[in-house]
Design a binder for this molecule. Structure first.
Ligand code: DQA
Length: 143
């Protein structure tokens, strides 16, 4: 079973970006971790990252057309991108919203997720392990 792990803006800078908030795992390290756990769970995991809203929307269209499950960290788009939400609403397989940090425990502008209402569920606050939990959720959720 194929799964797309999609990471939004600034997540390509993991490792050097605010390590006190996001830890020291790089994006490449995170991607490897996802692929390895995915293989254990019988999932064929592909990890992509972009800073471009249009590119992310395009990947979600692809997942909608192919009925592919998605693990999505929308990063800052979480908080304001209705275009991303509308793209997520078209998905036909499980969608897990993930965050490395716990946005609810941070600045007020991070308390709103425009994606949460169209996600199957959300995992936040566990560092890179948020992705592990999200992949386990996909493996356990029929689509
Ligand atoms: C984030 C939380 C967002 O508020 C922030 O804009 C990010 C990363 C997280 O994974 O904790 O870029 O999605």
């Amino acid at each position: 079973r194929q799964v797309l792990v999609l990471n939004g803006p600034n997540l390509g800078r993991l490792g050097s970006r605010e390590p006190d908030v996001y830890g020291d795992t790089t994006h490449a390290g995170l991607a490897e971790r996802c692929r390895r756990l995915g293989a254990e769970l019988g999932l064929d995991v592909e990890v992509r990252q972009t800073d471009d809203e249009a590119e992310l929307v395009g990947w979600l269209h692809e997942a909608a057309d192919d009925a592919t499950p998605v693990v999505l960290n929308p990063a800052a788009f979480t908080h304001y991108s209705y275009a991303l939400r509308d793209a997520c609403a078209q998905l036909r397989a499980p969608l897990v919203e993930v965050h490395i940090s716990n946005p609810a425990a941070r600045e007020v502008f991070r308390h709103t997720s425009v994606v949460a209402g169209v996600a199957t569920g959300t995992v936040a606050g566990f560092g890179p392990a948020s992705y592990d939990l999200a992949l386990r959720a996909v493996a356990d959720t029929p689509s």
